[in-house]
Every structure is written in C-alpha cells, then in structure tokens.
Write a protein that binds this ligand. Structure first.
Ligand SMILES: CC(C)(COP(=O)(O)OP(=O)(O)OC[C@H]1O[C@@H](n2cnc3c(N)ncnc32)[C@H](O)[C@@H]1OP(=O)(O)O)[C@@H](O)C(=O)NCCC(=O)NCCS
Length: 164
C-alpha cells in the first residue's frame, strides 16, 4: 500500500497516541516492566504535551513532527527537535507493528534528512536489546557513540547523507 509522509497536525494527536500505545507494548513488552511502559506512555504522550510539540515543530526551525499515513490513517510518526545540552535529536520513531518492514520508517527518516543540512549530524537513543531498531538505524549509517543513557539506552549518531 502506498504511504505518504506529512507534517503532524493537531488532529493527529489521538491517532499518534493510538499508534504509540500499540507500538510501545509490542516493542518494550519484553524489555521493560509494564508499570514503566504505562507511566511513560501517560507522561510522554499526554494530549497536552503532543499538542505543544506539534505546534512547536510547526513554528520552530530545526524541529519536525512527521506522520506516515496509508489511506489517510496514521501508521507511524517521527519527532525530531533540538536539545539544549545535546543538540539535534531524533526523539521518536515508531511504526505500527503490522506496517513495519514496508518502508515507512525509511520514508520518515528520508523526509527528515531532506530537511536537514547534508553532513550535519544528530543523536538518538535506542534500547540496547532492541535489535530490530538497531539494525534499522545501522542501515542508515548510525554509529554507536559508546555512551549510554542509563539504564539501558545506547546513544547513536547519524550523519545526514548528501541528497541523492
Ligand atoms: C525501527 C522501525 C522504526 C523501522 O521502520 P520500518 O518501517 O519497520 O522499516 P523499513 O521498512 O522502512 O526498513 C528500512 C530499512 O531498514 C532495514 N531494516 C528494517 N528492519 C530490519 C531488520 N529487522 N533487520 C535488519 N534491517 C532492517 C532494512 O535495510 C530496510 O531497508 P530495505 O528497504 O532495503 O529493506 C520500526 O520497525 C519500528 O517502529 N519498530 C518498533 C519501534 C522502535 O523500535 N522504534 C525505535 C525506537 S528507538
């Protein structure tokens, strides 16, 4: 099925929350305890916080909140912004389990890269046992920095490739 990438809008808040909930349980169910998943989903995906982050991405240079849709339905999302201490940061990248492996994640990252300066770089963190995501990021050229966000999140750095 053909997918489209576009900027997130306020009307995407509930669909993003739904994709997040399904994808987090599928991704972290075996890696983190249920209380951690529940509390972090509630904190990081509150409607208020998402509303602020989507609005901020729309009005701030260097911040991007993207969604991948199929038939108009949100199937994945990417959130990128600037951290005061660490600079450009890929904060979130999640694709519904049933839509994984079909190029949505790659399309989200390619759209992000088309908006960034070639040769610039950014950080991301990934659970050290999330082998699927690590393979995906390595296929994009991500390199582990050797540092860890305790207790279990390894930092990777990605250099934005030249436009192809
Ligand atoms: C990681 C994730 C975002 C990747 O998105 P996706 O849509 O499944 O990946 P794509 O189909 O776009 O794959 C793009 C490329 O990644 C690589 N890749 C994807 N899955 C892979 C796997 N399981 N093993 C090795 N390489 C893989 C392939 O090289 C693929 O390139 P191809 O088009 O030549 O086959 C997605 O699987 C996901 O949401 N996973 C669960 C949530 C998660 O872990 N998010 C990251 C949190 S840090």
């Amino acid at each position: 099925m053909k997918h489209l990438i576009r900027d997130a809008e306020q009307s995407d808040i509930e669909p993003i929350r739904s994709v997040a909930s399904i994808t987090w349980w599928a991704t972290y169910g075996d890696l983190r305890n249920p209380e951690w998943i529940r509390s972090h989903l509630a904190e990081y995906y509150s409607p208020e916080l998402l509303a602020e982050q989507i609005a901020s991405a729309a009005s701030t240079d260097g911040a991007h909140f993207l969604v991948a849709t199929e038939d108009g339905e949100v199937r994945g999302y990417l959130h990128f912004h600037q951290l005061a201490d660490q600079g450009p940061y890929l904060r979130r990248l999640y694709v519904l389990p049933e839509a994984q492996g079909q190029g949505l994640g790659k399309s989200l990252v390619e759209e992000l890269h088309s908006r960034l300066a070639p040769g610039s770089s950014y950080l991301l963190d990934v659970h050290h046992e999330n082998s699927r995501a690590i393979s995906f990021y390595e296929s994009l050229g991500a390199v582990a920095t050797g540092e860890r966000l305790e207790p279990c999140w390894d930092y990777y750095r990605v250099v934005v490739p030249d436009a192809s």
